[in-house]
Each structure stands twice: as C-alpha cells, then as structure tokens.
Design a protein around this ligand. Structure first.
Ligand code: SAH
Ligand code: SF4
Ligand code: F3S
Length: 442
C-alpha cells in the first residue's frame, strides 16, 4: 500500500534541493507525493530561520495543522531543516505544537525513511538532531521538480560567520563535494533531460579550499562547461571576499555559463561591512563590478542588501543607496535586519527601531526598482533566447521562461515548448518582467 506525502519548503534553493532529495528518499520507500495536504499521511515542513519572519511562517503553518492531526490521528507531522538545527528548539516547538511527531535537522535527512519506519513500527515520536553531517559524500536520489533544470550541491555549510547570520550555526562548516562526484551527477542529470544546472553553495568561491589538492571553483566550472548536452550553468552564491577575477575570464570564455552574477554586497558602508564581518570593502566590490562589466557587457548583476544593521547611521545607509546608484543593479533582494539568536550581532548595541528600518527599506527599494526597469528597458526590441519554464503564474494562457541573464519573460505559446529554448522578441519591459512574442520560425 502506498502512502502519501506532502512537503512544504521554506527558505533558499539549498532547502528546495533538500526537499527534492527527501522526496526522492520517500519515493524509494512506498510513498507517493500528493498536492492535496488533506489527503497526506505524512506532512513535512522543511524550515528556514534566516530571519524571524521565516520562522513565524513555519509556526503559523504548524498551528494550522493541529485540526488535520485531530481528524486523522495516524497522520505523521514532521519538521526538519535549518530551524530545527538551532539549539534548544525541540522543546519550544513541542510546547506550542505537541502533536509534532518527527523532528530532525540538516545533518541527518538521509535517515528520514528509517525515522518513519520507527514511528510506524513503535508508535513513538522521533526527535533526532545531530551535530555532524553524515551525508556529504552519500549519493542520494532526488525527485526533481523540473525535468529540464536541476540543482546540484557543490558544497555544504559556511565558514564565514557574518555577524548577522545564522547559517554557519545551522549548516555547519564548509564541506566541498568531490569534483568527480559533481561531474558524474551533472552528466547523469543531462542524460536524464536537464539542460540547465544551478550549482549551489553558501560561498561557491571557496569551493575546494578544504581539499589537500588544489581544486578551485574555476576548475570545476570549466569541466562542467565541457559536458556535452549542458546548455546553461548558473551558480549561487558568490562572496565578494573570495570572488577571484580569474572567474570573470572563465565565464567570458565559457560556452554555457550564464551571463548573470549574484554577488551580495549587504551594505555600501565600509564601517558597516566591517561590523558585519564581510571582509571586503566597498572599493573592492566596485572593482569586481567594473571588471565584470568590462569583460561581459551584457552581464546582469544582482545582489542582497540588509538595512538597519545594528548601529547603521543615516549616513551609512546613504552610502548603501549611493552604491546602488553607482552600480545600478539589475535586481536585488533587500531585507530588514533581523536579530538571530546566537549570532554576534544579537549582542550589538544600537539596534535600530523597526520604524526606521522600514522607512530605509522603502527608500532603498525605490532606488532598486528604478534600476530594474532601466535594465529591462534595454531589452525592448531585442530578440532573446528563453528557456521555457512553465505556464505564467498569473495567466494560464501564457508561458513563462528565463533569459540567460535571468530575466523573466512572459509570452504566448504552446505548452509543448516547456523545457525548450526558444527565441522571443521582447515587446514591452516592466520592472519585474519582460513581455514578448515568440519568433515566427520557432
Ligand atoms: N551565503 C549567501 C546567502 C545567505 S542568506 C551569502 O553570503 O550571500 C541570504 C541573504 O539573507 C543574505 O545575503 C543576507 O542579505 C540575508 N540575511 C542573512 N541573515 C540575515 C538577517 N539576520 N537579517 C536580515 N537579512 C539576513
Ligand atoms: Fe551567512 Fe555570511 Fe555564510 Fe552567507 S557567507 S551564509 S551571509 S555567514
Ligand atoms: Fe537557506 Fe534559510 Fe537555511 S536561507 S540555508 S533555508 S536558514
């Protein structure tokens, strides 16, 4: 008898990929996915704790499961991922939601099938959090969301300890996967129909630093670029501290690495960057941007920015706005600083009041969206190659896809084009999307 599972993912691509892996593990053990949460026998929340808001979303969803569990006592409700890897969290969750009968962290997701077996067999809940990762070198299955594109982990964890960030505490130290394993996985994915891969790591530029032989991220990219059948290579996330200018040449000389770079700057003020422990300066950041644009003029640059970091003065915030105006990003994720338990910045004095943080975010976003529109406008009248990803979210009659530079393009076309790369003439540019018309001969 098959049982049905439903996984809800919170957080970043790393978590999305972990959910694909856990779905793969479940499907090997007589579980099938369902889109209807009410008919699930097993509900799993794969959580994020990067900001307080991410955690409250999880808690509110958990609260809403109480009724379902009351109606169906055999239901297994599990919570896993980054939030669970935090110290002393299990009692807190149990206090609020005593019906949760499975909890595990980021280091032991490979054991998920065994945990379920234990719960089914003995009727006892399982709460298991381990400090050491036991799965970095395991070959795990993944039930991928899209046949034509795939996530590939190249490393786990983070060594940087930016003072605001909880990731190093919940994802552990950096562990690079062996180059041969990554290459083999990409080849398998291509054989399985994938034409785009997204290489994942918290800090991809330090890939291989934990190996004895010198293997760099640039070496890895060059090898992946040569794999027959691969069309698009993306990676996330680069860190300005470790970004080598050599990488620019690798991207420029490659056939398949996309012309987009996500390079989180966080702040435009050197003093704030120092307190954030980012280990680069505004000047170094601008140097990378210049070199990148000079070598690859059509590159799309995107970033992450935090406003209201403890002690951030109005002048320091203005330096961030000034940097945004100097660089003119294609797109950016902007966040209000959120205090995270156990991080260094939690103890910093001069926490900024929420009202000021909100107001700064608004001013920053005005500047950011102006630049998004500016860059999108350049696409009007151009013919671009689009990887068709699916139906448009807002209109089932339209298709949605992405350019090499990561821009979303909406156009009319047959759903049979999903998964293919097609030529689209861009007719209208808006702040967040490009609209276009399929080129006749497609
Ligand atoms: N490893 C990546 C991304 C980490 S999390 C990197 O170094 O860039 C993604 C983004 O969340 C970060 O870039 C940062 O902008 C934001 N972020 C992390 N911790 C935060 C916090 N405590 N409050 C607000 N934003 C935060
Ligand atoms: Fe967090 Fe900094 Fe590591 Fe990114 S590099 S995951 S922001 S500690
Ligand atoms: Fe990602 Fe959130 Fe964890 S951003 S690494 S899922 S804390």
């Amino acid at each position: 008898m098959y049982k049905k599972f439903f996984i809800q993912t919170f957080g970043c691509q790393m978590n999305e990929h972990d959910s694909e892996v856990m779905a793969g593990l479940l499907e090997e053990r007589f579980y099938i996915p369902t889109k209807d949460i009410k008919e699930a026998d097993f509900i799993l929340l794969n959580t994020c704790c990067i900001r307080e808001k991410a955690e409250s979303k999880v808690l509110s969803m958990l609260g809403s499961l109480k009724k379902l569990k009351a109606k169906k006592p055999s239901l297994i409700v599990g919570v896993c991922g980054c939030m669970i890897q935090q110290k002393n969290i299990v009692p807190k969750i149990l206090h609020a939601c005593p019906f949760v009968n499975l909890m595990f962290g980021t280091n032991n997701m490979a054991q998920l099938p065994d945990y379920l077996e234990r719960i089914e067999k003995y009727g006892q809940p399982v709460y298991e959090i381990v400090d050491e990762d036991s799965s970095a070198d395991l070959k795990l299955p993944a039930s991928r969301e899209f046949p034509f594109k795939a996530f590939v982990n190249i490393m786990y964890g983070c060594n940087n300890f930016c003072t605001y960030c909880i990731v190093p505490y919940v994802r552990g130290r950096e562990r690079s996967r062996k180059k041969e394993d990554i290459i083999a996985e990409v080849k398998e994915l291509v054989a399985d129909g994938a034409i785009e891969v997204m290489l994942l790591g918290q800090n991809v530029d330090s890939y291989g630093n934990d190996f004895k032989d010198s293997v760099s991220f640039a070496d890895l990219l060059k090898e992946i670029d040569d794999i027959p059948g691969i069309e698009r290579i993306r990676f996330m996330t680069s860190h300005p501290k470790d970004f080598s200018l050599e990488l620019i040449d690798v991207i420029k000389n490659s056939k398949h690495i996309c012309h987009s770079l996500h390079l989180p700057v966080q702040s435009g003020s050197n003093e704030v960057l120092k307190r954030m422990n980012r280990k680069y300066t505004r000047e170094r950041y601008l140097e990378i941007v210049h070199a990148m644009r000079e070598a690859i003029p059509d590159v799309a640059l995107t970033t992450d920015i935090i406003v209201g970091f403890p002690g951030e003065t109005e002048e320091q915030f203005q330096e961030t706005v000034d940097l945004v105006e100097t660089v003119g990003f294609d797109n950016a994720f902007s966040f209000i600083y959120s205090k995270r338990p156990g991080t260094a910045a939690e103890k910093f004095e001069d926490q900024i009041p929420l009202e000021i943080k909100k107001e700064r975010l608004q001013r920053l976003n005005t500047s950011l969206s102006k630049w998004s529109l500016y860059h999108n406008k350049k696409y009007e009248g151009q013919n671009v190659k689009v990887l068709v990803e699916g139906l448009s979210e807002n209109n089932d009659n339209m298709l949605s896809g992405r350019t090499d530079t990561g821009k979303t393009v909406i156009f009319q076309g047959d759903p049979s084009l999903i998964g293919k790369i097609v030529n689209v003439d861009i007719t209208t540019a808006q702040t967040w999307v490009l609209k276009g018309k399929l080129e006749e001969e497609n």
